[in-house]
Design a protein around this ligand. Structure first.
Ligand SMILES: Cc1cc2nc3c(=O)[nH]c(=O)nc-3n(C[C@H](O)[C@H](O)[C@H](O)COP(=O)(O)O)c2cc1C
Length: 443
């Protein structure tokens, strides 16, 4: 882009780099750089010193992809991810960083790390070997010049894909497991993400796959109608929000002689998770309105009450159908249900087992059909939003709520028979009646 005063700026949202005044040769060079050109070709178009100044500016700004070729065969390329490359660490022995992953993309290999400043792409699978041995020895590879391997070693180092033993010496580095750092890095807007193109609400799957429907397509059989609360009565009789928020607490014991009732479970689900309205968004995705907020109003979360002790309801695993405010009993083996309960309740401080374990699953495709790279982060945020709504409703109703941080998605898959990739559990919430001492205000 050229400003009125003749200065040049490079723009690729959300980045803007002002390049100042460029010579006519530099401007013409800038234009041809969008296609593949050799280094020699570039310096032929523009005086060498001007070309080098421009290339240095582009490189430090993270605008250049460098490809090393052998004849006309590309060997590897390096694509900057952040504008400024990090300074090289001291010349201690460096090995592949523990954050590095090597994955296949079509016929190519991508070497990447959330801690690196660039991504290296290998077009020749034989180059994977020197990468995995971190280029310790620049060995001869058939048909690959050792010069190329040396250059690759340089690129890996420059990109920050190699690290010294110091990588685990500080808490700030050691505290990140590779999968958590990759998830964090990949699901935030970064320099190389393009909002609406490869990140965010791009609707990338439209035209390729049908959007998963708003209503759960699986649990359609005979259903149990749940009692509904009288909202007008609740509006008058509920404690004030300030009171509820101040009283909210995680409670982990129950009154087993006076357990939760099916009316209370019905009211609780109605107040937190039911569908209040339905529609579709501009691209045809089913959306709805519910008591808790959710990105894009897509509402991918499903609630599965695992009932142990509820008056008026048989023990077992149910799916909550939020459109009709109903429960569907899911046929599951007793062993699978015990495993599902145990995996979550094991993390709950104390001896009690929830009267109802609310397993929250994500029909991930509901979000991933629209959102790119950030869908999973979004679904976990939604779990937090739903947890707080559940805490507040339970407190207002005089029940015992507790969010749980641990659950077993394999146990959920085993109990429901659902495809792990299509729908998987992402949160668990324990619920029950208030223990006697608490109800009487003595504990
Ligand atoms: C996301 C999340 C996960 C939690 N995981 C557990 C858990 O696994 N076991 C447990 O006993 N409590 C769990 N809790 C409850 C916390 O221990 C509790 O909120 C915290 O100690 C503060 O106490 P309070 O909720 O009574 O204010 C969790 C809470 C949240 C929000």
């Amino acid at each position: 882009m050229r400003t009125a005063s003749g200065e040049v700026a490079l723009a690729a949202w959300p980045h803007l780099q002002e390049m100042g005044r460029l010579t006519a040769e530099q401007r013409s060079l800038l234009q041809v750089l969008s296609t593949d050109r050799s280094a020699e070709e570039l310096t032929e178009r523009c005086p060498r010193d001007q070309a080098e100044t421009l290339l240095a500016m582009l490189s430090s700004g993270g605008w250049l992809i460098t490809t090393v070729v052998c004849g006309d065969r590309p060997l590897f390329s390096s694509r900057p991810l952040v504008p400024h490359r990090k300074p090289l660490p001291p010349a201690e022995p460096r090995r592949l960083s523990r954050f590095v992953s090597v994955r296949r993309d079509g016929d190519e290999f991508v070497v990447e790390s959330p801690a690196a400043g660039a991504e290296v792409r290998l077009y020749d699978s034989r180059l994977a070997e020197p990468v995995l041995t971190a280029c310790a020895a620049h060995r001869e590879l058939p048909d690959v010049p050792s010069e190329a391997v040396r250059l690759l070693a340089g690129e890996l180092a420059d990109a920050g894909l190699l690290a010294t033993a110091a990588e685990t010496h500080s808490l700030s580095r050691a505290q990140w497991s590779p999968h958590e750092l990759a998830f964090h890095h990949g699901s935030r807007l970064r320099g190389d993400h393009r909002m609406g193109q490869d990140f965010g609400g791009s609707y990338w799957a439209k035209g390729r796959f049908d959007a998963p429907p708003g209503k759960h397509p699986r649990w359609m059989e005979a259903a149990i109608e749940l009692p509904r609360p009288d909202l007008d009565r609740l509006r008058v009789q509920d404690p004030a929000l300030a009171e509820v928020m101040e009283a909210r607490q995680s409670l982990r014991s129950y009154d087993e002689d006076t357990p939760l009732t099916v009316e209370e479970l019905g009211e609780f689900l109605f107040r937190t998770a039911r569908v209040r309205a339905t529609g579709s968004d501009t691209e045809g995705l089913d959306i709805s309105g519910r008591p808790y907020p959710a990105g894009g109003a897509a509402y991918e979360l499903e609630v599965y009450p695992l009932v142990r002790n509820v008056r008026g309801l048989d023990a077992g695993l149910y799916h909550y159908a939020p459109h009709g405010h109903r429960l569907h009993l899911i046929p599951a083996s007793a062993t699978a249900l015990r495993w599902l309960m145990k995996a979550s309740a094991a993390g709950m401080t104390g001896e009690a087992t929830p009267q109802v374990l609310l397993v929250i699953a994500t029909r991930f495709g509901r979000l991933a059909w629209k959102y790119q790279a950030m869908g999973y982060a979004l679904t976990l945020k939604h779990v937090g939003v739903l947890f707080q709504s559940m805490y507040l409703a339970a407190t207002a109703m005089g029940l015992a709520p507790c969010a749980l941080g641990v659950g077993d998605s394999n146990a959920f898959a085993e109990a429901t028979g659902l495809d792990y990739f299509e729908e998987t559990s992402v949160g668990e919430f324990a619920l029950g009646s208030l223990p006697v001492a608490r109800r009487e205000g003595t504990g």
